[in-house]
Design a binder for this molecule. Structure first.
Ligand SMILES: *[C@@H]1O[C@H](CO)[C@@H](O)[C@H](O)[C@H]1NC(C)=O
Ligand SMILES: *[C@@H]1O[C@H](CO)[C@@H](O)[C@H](O)[C@H]1NC(C)=O
Ligand SMILES: [Zn+2]
Length: 513
């Protein structure tokens, strides 16, 4: 009896040894499989890139470990409070100096830094301010019109209050940053209201041709300085820009488009180490059918008059409040039918809701053959849309900080993009409206994606994939130009790896995680 018990015990032990062995080998296989699905995991790094990667991952792990211990972790906090901590990060500084390819989801009235606009534009002559019902409007004029109870000249205000005070005062209307966002902006609608108001104020500040030109030029300068080689900008083509100091002689939308091209061409000439600028005509979505019927011909005219510069069409404005794509579907289908070159870059699914018109927009955008999807935040709740996007290789333009500050997600580890990055989904990272949250360029969003939305061991390959995708999915009309841009970006990338790898202290290479 005792013997057979012993035998059974032995048998169980052998069995459990076997189960244990299976468990460990299956575990290793699952982990291995997952380590080979994230975006960029298929890339092979060069010896230089390997050296850089080793250092990058040391920095990343150090920062993650210290965040784990101190419970202060920038991607988990609002950008409004984490900004200076991000700026102090070694990983962030590395990302800043990295050639990043394209920022292909941005908007024309929120891309040049507000500090520049204040220091430069608001010190010019003939600028007036109207503080009214908690908002601020500017006017460029010798004598402003009477549409304000009290116009203050900026020069006089500065005499009275002091420059520093005035600069500080103005800035509060131009950015939406607050130290306590949860209290000030309890929901998405509250923050969108502030967002709209800040954009309105900027629009008035650049409502005079010289200011308008310089603002756009400054945006190109700043993105270039942030090591971005290609910028794609959605434009509403604001119709309130005056040629002179009043009475206002308005620039037509066609003239504005021409100004954009002039400024962009001139910038490219002076900066041949970049791929240039593309514009997407993106007027506001909450309009009547009549207004909408003017949009498509305008997009076509722009694309015809500015080939390779105006590259497509989109609609902007808060999706939850605007009209859904389905309202315009017939018009969009007919337009594409008559003009196959017309390309759509539709914002869709920028919402936390499911089963409402905003997230259904993703399905409509895909079926309308959109070239890319702006945000697509809600796509993870739509397996069929995910399948379609993958099959047709339609990427999402993910803007992490925008989604955070505009109230969709607090802790960026919970951003749906984290899932998509792990799955190797087609996507790019962009910065949407960085100026409105007091940022410049693209690096902050790359940082959030790399530190907050990507796993601990996702490395330089992910960053490289994001850079490659930004060119692959950019709105080039001419494939030769896309190839040239890819070559340019990759040669800058290789040069960076070269310099960085040779500057790395060999001692550091010996330290392992
Ligand atoms: C303002 O910007 C313009 C155009 O970028 C530049 O030429 C000028 O020097 C700047 N002025 C100041 C005061 O910074
Ligand atoms: C989208 O593209 C497919 C494939 O080219 C085509 O069959 C379909 O008709 C297009 N749909 C629309 C709405 O243009
Ligand atoms: Zn956008």
């Amino acid at each position: 009896m005792a013997n057979s018990w012993r035998l059974l015990g032995l048998l169980l032990l052998v069995l459990s040894d076997q189960i244990s062995a299976d468990f460990y080998s299956e575990r290793a296989a699952v982990l291995e499989a997952e380590a080979n699905t994230f975006m960029g995991s298929e890339l092979t790094l060069s010896p230089n890139e390997e050296r850089v990667n080793k250092l990058l991952m040391q920095m990343k792990h150090t920062e993650l470990d210290s965040a784990f211990e101190s419970s202060s972790y920038p991607p988990a906090q609002s950008l409004f409070v984490s900004k200076s901590e991000i700026e102090a990060s070694n990983v962030f500084q590395f990302i800043q100096s990295l050639p990043k390819g394209g920022a292909i989801h941005t908007h024309d009235i929120s891309i040049a830094s507000i500090d520049w606009a204040i220091a430069n534009l608001t010190y010019r002559d003939n600028l007036w301010a109207c503080f009214d019902h908690g908002s601020l409007r500017f006017s460029w004029a010798l004598n402003p019109d009477d549409q304000c109870t009290k116009w203050d000249s900026l020069a006089d205000l500065r005499q009275d209050l002091g420059s520093e005070e005035v600069d500080y005062l103005i800035k509060r209307y131009l950015v939406i940053n607050v130290p306590n966002p949860d209290e000030v902006y309890p929901d998405v609608n509250a923050v969108w209201e502030a967002f709209g108001s800040a954009l309105g104020t900027v629009t008035t500040l650049i409502s005079y041709e010289p200011a308008f030109r310089d603002y756009f030029r400054q945006a190109l300068v700043e993105f270039h300085a942030d090591n971005v080689q290609l910028l794609e900008v959605r434009t509403v083509l604001p119709d309130e820009v005056c040629k002179d100091l009043g009475p206002c002689n308005k620039l037509s939308q066609t003239e504005i488009a021409a100004i954009y091209q002039e400024v962009a061409d001139e910038f490219l000439q002076g900066n041949p180490d970049s791929c240039g600028t593309h514009m997407i005509f993106a007027p506001t979505r909450g309009v009547t059918d009549e207004t909408f019927s003017e949009y498509i011909p305008m997009a076509q005219t722009l694309m015809a008059n500015h080939p390779g510069f105006f590259v497509g069409f989109d609609l902007v404005g808060q999706e939850d409040k605007g009209r859904p794509l389905i309202d315009y579907a017939d018009a969009l289908i007919a337009a594409k039918q008559s003009d196959p070159k017309l390309k759509y870059f539709l914002h869709a699914g920028e919402t936390d809701w499911q089963g409402v018109s905003t997230d259904i927009n993703i399905i409509d955008a895909l079926l309308l053959n959109t070239t890319r999807i702006g945000h697509g935040y809600a796509i993870v709740k739509h397996p069929e849309a995910k399948r379609l996007a993958r099959e047709r290789d339609v990427p999402l333009e993910i803007c992490p900080i925008s989604n955070q500050v505009l109230g969709l997600v607090h802790d960026l580890r919970n951003h749906p993009g984290a899932v998509l990055i792990q799955e190797g989904f087609p996507l790019v990272i962009s910065s949407d409206d960085p100026a409105t949250w007091d940022l410049t360029g693209l690096s902050y969003d790359f940082y959030e994606a790399f530190m907050g939305m990507a796993g601990r061991d996702m490395d330089l390959r992910l960053l490289k994939k994001l850079v490659l995708n930004s060119v692959k999915y950019a709105g080039f009309v001419d494939e030769t130009k896309r190839q040239q841009c890819q070559d340019l970006v990759m040669s800058k990338w290789d040069a960076f790896m070269d310099t960085f790898a040779s500057s790395v202290d060999p001692e550091i290479q010996l330290i392992h995680k």
